[in-house]
Design a protein around this ligand. Structure first.
Ligand code: GLN
Length: 253
């Protein structure tokens, strides 16, 4: 059955704190693409101190941020949202977390000064700041994208944290160009249940419509048992995708 007319509840977590390199564009892209597919999306912003039952959301988004914001959020996880977010993830709500948000899904983020900022511990991963910042355009290959479109994902990374995944966890994709999780093992990001963590800013979703559709399908399957989406004309998105691939390959910024 094709998804048309269903409500899609999007939660934008900490929009005022976590918004590096246009990460907010992911929420705009999710909403617009959902509309083009004939769904009925709504966006709710949730920030520090706000309590919520996150299981009622279909897609939860958290962007990237620096150490200062990460520390504030770590406290908010401990005091207010930690267990409700964990319940939503275990209930298969879709969660997309970028860079600093991704790091906080794990057990800790160790800063350059050696301070350990505890994460929410939803996913078995940990992050340690290295001496070198990992910066540049990235190309990743992932088998999560369905349909005839490219299996590549493009984005921009800028992090000092090096992330390591626990045994048995799958990365979101394989690095073709760039550093990814740690610059060593060739993995980029993580997929756990319906949670995707990735270092890719950019913003990610406008020029990777296959990833947006992957998230929308997972959300529709969970709530409505619907796994098909109306095909869309992705010419403009594909031109942006290809331009980003060219830039990454020529190391141009
Ligand atoms: N503070 C983190 C790091 O540099 C996250 C930065 C980000 O979200 N871009 O590793």
């Amino acid at each position: 059955m094709i998804g048309i007319g269903q409500e899609l509840k999007i939660c934008h977590l900490y929009p005022d704190l976590m918004n590096l390199y246009g990460d907010r564009g992911n929420v705009i892209a999710l909403r617009r693409r959902a509309e083009w597919h004939g769904l009925r999306p709504s966006v709710e912003e949730v920030s520090l101190e706000d309590k919520s039952d996150f299981r009622r959301f279909d897609v939860i988004f958290i962007g990237g941020g620096q150490d200062r914001e990460q520390k504030l959020i770590c406290l908010d996880f401990q005091k207010v949202k930690g267990s409700a977010l964990t319940e939503a993830v275990e209930d298969d709500a879709v969660l997309l977390a970028i860079c600093g948000g991704y790091q906080l899904l794990g057990s800790y983020y160790q800063t350059g000064e050696g301070e350990r900022v505890p994460g929410i511990g939803i996913v078995d991963l940990w992050t340690v700041a290295g001496k070198k910042r990992l910066i540049g355009n990235v190309i990743v290959e992932t088998d999560l994208i369905e349909g005839p479109g490219p299996k590549t994902v493009v984005g921009f990374e800028n992090h000092s944290g090096q992330t390591y995944l626990g045994a048995g966890l799958r990365p979101f994709g394989k690095v073709v160009t760039g550093y990814g999780n740690n610059g060593e093992d060739g993995g980029e990001g993580v997929i756990y249940r319906n949670t995707v963590g990735t270092y890719l800013h950019g913003s990610l979703l406008p020029k990777n419509p296959g990833v947006t559709d992957f998230l929308l399908r997972r959300a529709l399957l969970r709530r409505y048992g619907v796994a098909e989406l109306k095909p869309l004309d992705d010419m403009a998105e594909m031109r942006a995708h290809e331009a980003a691939i060219r830039r990454a390959k020529t190391k141009a910024y």
